[in-house]
Design a binder for this molecule. Sequence first.
Ligand SMILES: Nc1ncnc2c1ncn2[C@@H]1O[C@H](COP(=O)(O)OP(=O)(O)OP(=O)(O)O)[C@@H](O)[C@H]1O
Length: 297
Amino acid sequence: MSSLKLSTVTKTFGRHTALDRVGLTVGAGERVALLGHNGAGKSTLMKIVLGLIPADGGSVEVLGAAPGSGAARAQVAYLPENAAFHPSLTGEEQMALYLRLRGAPASQARPLLDRVGLGDAARRRIGTYSKGMRQRVGLAQALIGRPRLLVLDEPTSGLDPVSRREFYAILEELAADGAAILLSSHALTEVEARTDRIVILSKGRVVADDTLAGLRRNAGLPTRIHVAARPGAADDVARELRAGRRNGVMVDLVCPPDEKLSRLGRVAELGHLVEDVEVVPPSLEDIYDHYSRRTQA
Ligand SMILES: Nc1ncnc2c1ncn2[C@@H]1O[C@H](COP(=O)(O)OP(=O)(O)OP(=O)(O)O)[C@@H](O)[C@H]1O
């Protein structure tokens, strides 16, 4: 059974269609990244999953229950994009407050803060925390009650690379424990290798839903091969490869993915004229652009 299942979900605001027949599933233990440009519909989708706003059409199932129902809320955690905390409370006091609101013992505050690496700062006022530390408080509050589905809205925006890595390491542990995770982000580079599946939303529509390897394969974007010629051989290399010369030494080839090996074979045959060769696969940005553009047609 999927922890989260959306089918043909539609949402309009006035005449603007924010979500257009969106289908999406997240299984137990799966980390799914929801990617999209500003205004693509990511937050709207999350609000519907949380039951904060209703969908206009389609169906949403959250751990087998209706979004926003008592059964769903008991098992779902949410980290909003800009989580705000009381600056004069310490991390421990803020967590104790949330725990009491949830009917859980306040004594869990410290272990939860330890879990997100904030144990040493637990007795300091949140007003003195860095942005990364505040995000960790947000994650700690999302962990209250061992949720089965975590919905995280751009959880790592503004975090430095080290804090990001640590944040994703915690998510990996949660997924290994069977939690389903849906997180939104603007950047494909960021979620690379840190999520199991990537869903790209563009103008309210799902334009891709696959693993990163699958997205790469299906995009079929060209590969670039940069060949460095030996001194004085650039013209010969360019002619033999029927490619363009970038400067006095470099020759650049662009080819479809299925021609890569045969073109490299040809480069190898010219070994005596070649100093070095570099294969540059399509960048993550290229892949993201490729799928995002589909809705503009
Ligand atoms: N309450 C609302 N009333 C009117 N329009 C809205 C409302 N909420 C969202 N929208 C519109 O719906 C579209 C999707 O917005 P949403 O916030 O879901 O995008 P997003 O992908 O989360 O963007 P961002 O990355 O900028 O946070 C936008 O065009 C937005 O202006």
